[in-house]
Every structure is written in C-alpha cells, then in structure tokens.
Design a protein around this ligand. Structure first.
Ligand code: UDP
Length: 412
C-alpha cells in the first residue's frame, strides 16, 4: 500500500503537514465506514484508499460491508433510482425485504459499530443499522453519494424518519442537501492520483490496450466509463455518436462492469448492445472489477471523455478524465456541474444533439482541447484529489469530537 508521503510531489509538503496536524487530534479514534459493495462504483473506489490512509494517520479505521440477497438489492436500487427522481413502485414487500436485511446485518455488525467513536454509513443500503444499534456510543453520519436534488416523494417519505436519527449527514453539493434536523456537511468526492486507475502509464501499455480492443489510433476516440445504469444514459451517448459519425469518423468506447449492489446492469447492458447494433466502431466493453489499468488506458487514449449522465451524485469518471488532461463532455446535472466548466474544462450538454455539436466543435478546435486538458488537470489538482477529501473528513471528525453548531457547513 502507498504512503501519504508519496503524494508530496503532487500536492506539496504543506498539504501533508496539515493532514498530520489535523490527525494529531484523532489518534486512536475508532472509525467505521459501512457500505454495500467492495468493488464497482464510486463509493468502493473512494473507500479503498480512504481506510488505509486514515490508518496511516493514526486513526483506527475499518470498512464493513453489508450483505443481502437479490430482493434486497432490487429494493435498494429502487431507493437509489427514487432518490434520483424516478417514480418507483415501492410496495410493502419491498420495505419488508429492506428492513429484514438491515436487521440481519445488524446482528453481525452492531457489536463493532456500537463500540466505534464515529460511524459513516454510505448511501441508503445500510441506513437502518443505526435503528438497531441501540447501545451506540459514537456519532453516526449518513453519507449520501446520490444526486438527491429531486427525490421521488414516496421514497424520501419512507427514508427520511430513519435518516433523521443520524447525528449529521454529508452531501456532495448544496443542491442535494435536505431538510433534516441535524448538521449537514458538503464534501465533494475525489480521486487517488497514484492508484492504478489514475497513475501515468507507459505509452506501450496504452497502445497495448488500444490494440486489444481494436481501436484505431488514427481516428478520434470518445469514451464513457460507467456502470450500465440508465442514469448514465449510455443509449443517449450512442445516439450522440451516431450524429457525430455524420461528420467525423469517431470511435466510441462504452466501458463498464457490474457492481455487486447493482442488479439492473445486465438488462441495461443488453439494451446498449442492441443499440450498438453490430457497429464495429462502437466498443461495448464489460470489464472485470479490477480492470483499473485498462480503464486508465482507455481514458488516456481518448480524445474526449464523455459522461452524459441525466443524474449524477458526483461522477468520479469525470474527475478521472480531467486528471488525464482530457476535455469532458458531461451531462448538465449534479456533481458534473462542479467539474465541467464550459469552454474551460469541457462542455455541459443536455441532449445527444448537444453532445454531437460540442464534439464537433472540439474536434475542429484542437488547440482549445489541449488548453482544456491542461486546465482540467490543474482544476482537479486544486479541488478533487484525495488529500483535500481527507482533510475535510479529518476536519469534520475533529468537529464531531468537539461538538459543532447546528448549521450547514460548506467545505468546498
Ligand atoms: N468503474 C470501474 N469499472 C467500471 C465502471 C466504473 O472501475 O466498469 C469506476 C470508475 O472508473 C469510477 C467509479 O467506478 O472510479 C464510478 O464512479 P462514479 O462516481 O463515476 O459513478 P457511480 O458508479 O458511483 O455512480
């Protein structure tokens, strides 16, 4: 595992000193993060570096995963979709499956969680554990990674009383915060620049991946990396690609894998394959969960990174693209708006037509693309690297230990 010292050349010594100073207040603190998958999706991506770095800083951090059957993950996907505004048909049987799985997980996890000083519960899947851990001694925080700007009423109505029991909650941006009777923090996610997903790669490794997937180095490449999820709008990306093909010989890569807690992936993948309709220049890839270097190479060999989501909590794939010096075409929603600044780091779009128009503009303005790439990388260095994210978590934990005022704190 890497040491934080290795980030000195990227972020400078002052940033690391500040982390050590903050963590000095937290030595020996027992902190547990809980989510529902160890691989696939942004939450797992973040927790996989956050736990070891918290440990390096002297915090007793650990990571627990809740288990569940298909019925449970179908319901939690409904919650996810509902929080992102989709009308879902929430039945009594769904609620029962959700509550029963949380109760069962609580039997195993409460002894660990009740003993912790701080517990971070990520997203709705494990949100009911709090209700069962009646002898908790620490503070419990609900961390929402979802674009909850306009939740479907029935889902929010059910979840809200459970979330109200928390001591605080964290959202990725102000637009997602909710009327809850506790302090709310705004923390944007981040990437690890030295992970396999983001580290610089040798040219021959990138060329190897291009040749493996039969990508032509002489023609432009557009890439969207995402779970096969409707909110990522892969079908809209294909529509946009088809419009672009009328004026440029682009190739499209749609790269994704499943997440253990996402049961809709297979169905969406089928729809995407159907829409690709045997076009040799649409590369629909199903990658294993550890394909980090492959994804890294695909992003690096792209001319433009796409993330045409119709809802997005943050969009680490946007950050990953920007860090690699790529302009990003992103859906004009949620956390993508924090990262894609029109004419500076890429373009925000609202339709396949908008995507096609912006790609056309970029391909005709190569100098601008390069300038956007440079700005994008610096924008990520300033705002969306793990050291900033860690600093905000540490600050929050120091605040929790000392008690904080009941107000909204913007950490951005
Ligand atoms: N990812 C991956 N393999 C895939 C699809 C996505 O490793 O097949 C990664 C991607 O590189 C990014 C994260 O999963 O780091 C997705 O995070 P994001 O915030 O973009 O979306 P989420 O899946 O959390 O909605």
């Amino acid at each position: 595992m890497r040491s934080l010292k290795e980030y000195r050349s990227i972020v400078g010594p002052a940033v690391l000193n500040q982390l050590e100073q903050l963590a000095g207040n937290l030595t020996g603190l027992k902190v547990v993060h809980v989510n529902s998958t160890r691989a696939g999706g942004g939450v797992a991506e973040i927790l996989s570096w956050m736990i070891p770095f918290m440990q390096e800083l002297g915090i007793e951090a650990s990571w627990e995963i809740i288990g569940g059957n298909e019925a449970f993950f179908n319901v939690t996907k409904m919650f996810h979709n509902g929080l992102q505004g989709e009308r879902v048909n929430l039945l009594k049987s769904h609620i029962e499956a959700y509550e029963e799985t949380n109760r069962k997980n609580a039997e195993r996890l409460c002894p660990i969680l009740q003993d912790a000083d701080i517990v971070f519960i990520h997203d709705p899947q494990p949100a009911l554990l709090l209700h069962h851990c009646t002898n908790r001694k620490g503070k419990w925080i609900w961390r929402c990674h979802i674009d909850a700007s306009r939740p479907y009423r029935a889902v929010w109505k059910y979840l809200r009383p459970h979330l109200e029991e928390y001591d605080a909650s964290i959202f990725s941006m102000a637009q997602f915060s909710k009327a809850l009777p506790h302090p709310q923090f705004l923390l944007a996610p981040s990437i690890d620049p030295l992970s396999d997903k983001n580290i610089d790669l040798p040219k021959n490794e990138i060329a190897g991946v291009m040749s493996k997937f039969k990508l032509d180095p002489d023609r432009p490449i557009l890439t969207q990396v995402s779970r096969y999820d409707r909110f990522k709008d892969p079908l809209g990306v294909i529509e946009g690609y088809k419009l672009i093909r009328k004026f440029a010989p682009v190739q499209l890569v749609l790269a994704g894998g499943g997440a253990d807690d996402d049961p809709e992936g297979a169905e969406v993948l089928r729809e995407v394959q159907e829409a690709a309709d045997g076009d040799d220049d649409i590369h629909v890839l199903l990658l294993p969960p550890d394909a980090h270097r492959t994804i890294n190479a695909l992003q690096r060999c792209s001319d433009v990174v796409v993330q045409k989501s119709t809802r997005e909590g943050f969009g680490l794939t946007v950050t990953e693209g920007l860090w690699k010096g790529k302009p990003v075409i992103g859906g004009d929603v949620g956390g993508i708006r924090l990262q894609v600044i029109n004419y500076h780091t890429g373009f925000l779009v609202n339709s396949p037509e908008g995507m096609a128009q912006r790609v056309r503009y970029m391909l005709n303005h190569r100098n601008m693309m390069e300038m956007m790439g440079v700005k994008g990388r610096e924008f990520v260095r300033e705002n969306f690297l793990l050291t900033r994210h860690l600093r905000e978590y540490l600050t929050l934990m120091v605040g929790l230990r000392r008690g904080f005022a009941n107000r909204l704190i913007a950490a951005a």
